[in-house]
Design a protein around this ligand. Sequence first.
Ligand code: NSS
Length: 437
Amino acid sequence: MDTIVQEPPYVRLSDLGDHVGQRVTVKGWLTHHRSKGKIAFLVVRDGTGLVQGVVFRPDVAEELWQKAEALTQESSLALSGVVKAEPRAPGGFELAVDGLCVFQLTQDFPISPKEHGVDFLMGYRHLWLRSKRQHAILKVRAAIIRAMRGWMDRNGFLLVDAPILTPAACEGTSTLFETDYFDEKAYLTQSGQLYAEAAAMAFGKVYTFGPTFRAEKSKTRRHLTEFWMLEPEAAFADHDDNLRLQEQFVAGVVQEVLANCREELAILERDVTRLEAVQAPFPRLTYDEAVRILQEAGHAIQWGDDFGAPDETLLAERFDRPVFVTHYPRQCKAFYMKVDPARPDVVRCADLLAPEGYGEIIGGSQREDDLETLRARMAEAGVPEEGMEWYLDLRRYGSVPHSGFGIGLERTVAWICGLEHVRETAPFPRMLTRLHP
Ligand code: NSS
């Protein structure tokens, strides 16, 4: 490492606008390099923006010029020079380079500007994150998390962290990741819900937010084995309260992300008019109505079947905003959902289906709050009471009507960004066929 000139103040590229006319140092990685006669253009990325360094051969020492000429894609470096606004330059600013320090001259960066297959890129996910598109997606992901948590915090929900290692299943035993826990079996959590219910009885309104795990054998564009879920739970809230909460929350999050991520959504070529339409209230269909619509459209669905992706797509296509499908048959759904007293063959639940083919992003329900009914439902669903005594206690000591839901972060990111597949929504996605890097 050798510095040619004394370093002026180090500035991140997002702040260059505050330093026009001043001499600064920027640090980053070379994305493009081009020279024309006596001028070399060095486009540098630092994670917050871009700048175009301009090296003018007659103005600099020959050693600096030679160094600039030798730079390769993804070489790490520091540039010094005076900042100039230049609307035609990538990032909108130029640096009249008078100093160059190379941290590392990169050899053979595997991802070249040419097209690569997704498998190749997933294998180099640790390097692929540097690309403009992946960068935009992960910034939107962070903005979505900020908006989701901010909404909950402002609306009186307390963040309560649920454990990751758990003794029992929440969403069925077929997708459990099992691990040894000293002399016992433990499972990676499928959902924080049961703990959120306990916390709701302590704090009234709570939410959990964390990674959840499902040993999904399905290779679809919507399934990960590790995904993040935000799960609100509210005491004294019924099914209707739950739907109102969800539509206010989802519309609020989408509008906030739209306001804060225009640039990223433009990079992703997202049609934002589709997102602008996401305003409460959302349309509602009962499961019965949904089955009728699907049958009329020629889908081979029978009452009692769960929906497949093509079914969800057809239902959601009828609306310009997300649609709730409510009151599913009890045999399709989890043991903790409250049976509708007026229709004991269905439960008071809803899935929220996102438009444009994205399908289910939320699953939620009113919870069964009567001890004996819950025990009967557990027996019916084959859920052992062993390990669940604590959960049954919530129905013994001050049980109240309560409801909640879980929103899948990666599916929400895929929808808001307009992506083909959830694999691009996580920095290091975990899927049936991918554990590396
Ligand atoms: O199974 S869910 O429908 N519901 C629950 O886990 C409840 N315990 C939530 C609650 O009421 N507190 O999953 C909820 C959401 C679902 O709508 C998806 O958006 C997401 O979690 N989800 C997934 N995302 C990515 N990959 C997989 N495999 C996945 N499974 C669910």
